[in-house]
Design a protein around this ligand. Sequence first.
Ligand code: HEM
Length: 160
Amino acid sequence: MIPDPFTALIILKVVHVISAALWIGSIVSLSLAVRFLRNILGSNSVKVSAELGRRLRPLTRASLYSTLASGLLLATQRGFLTDLSALLQQGSATIALAKALLGLTLLLMVNYHSALGEKVARALGPESATATRRRLIYVGWSTVGVSVALAVLGTMLRFR
Ligand code: HEM
């Protein structure tokens, strides 16, 4: 049975908000845990942190993909991404388009972050990976920042 448009909107919104909460909650917790490990173990924390990231990946990736997919469906359902003239005239369509582009950027950042993490974990000695490790930390926290920005933009869409 296909739900009516209003029910579909409610279902998508519930999925989007719960997935977004899981995504932001898990990456913030992971970032804080990794920082804590770094403070107490120094360069020896790399292997444990990489393992932690790998083990949590089913949760982090599933919540990210679910947030992005439900977000795109929500934007389509509300007509933000389908009506080009509305896109040019309404601020709301511009916000939705910004969210779609930022969502794509986030996907690229997350994959880049994972590749950097694997590279640091594979490096021979702790010293040999210092620059990559610094970049890894920077990209990790930027991912958190972009995700929070996406949630703020979502809140702006709610009242339009
Ligand atoms: C990780 C990425 C994302 C996060 C964390 C996120 C977060 C949120 C949150 C928390 C809300 C609810 C705001 C509220 O009701 O006050 C929201 C709403 C919304 N988001 Fe996202 N979002 C993300 C990606 C996307 C993407 C890629 C799109 C596609 C354009 C999108 C489209 C929407 C739309 C259309 C709404 C408004 C729903 C409504 O009120 O009907 N989101 N988002």
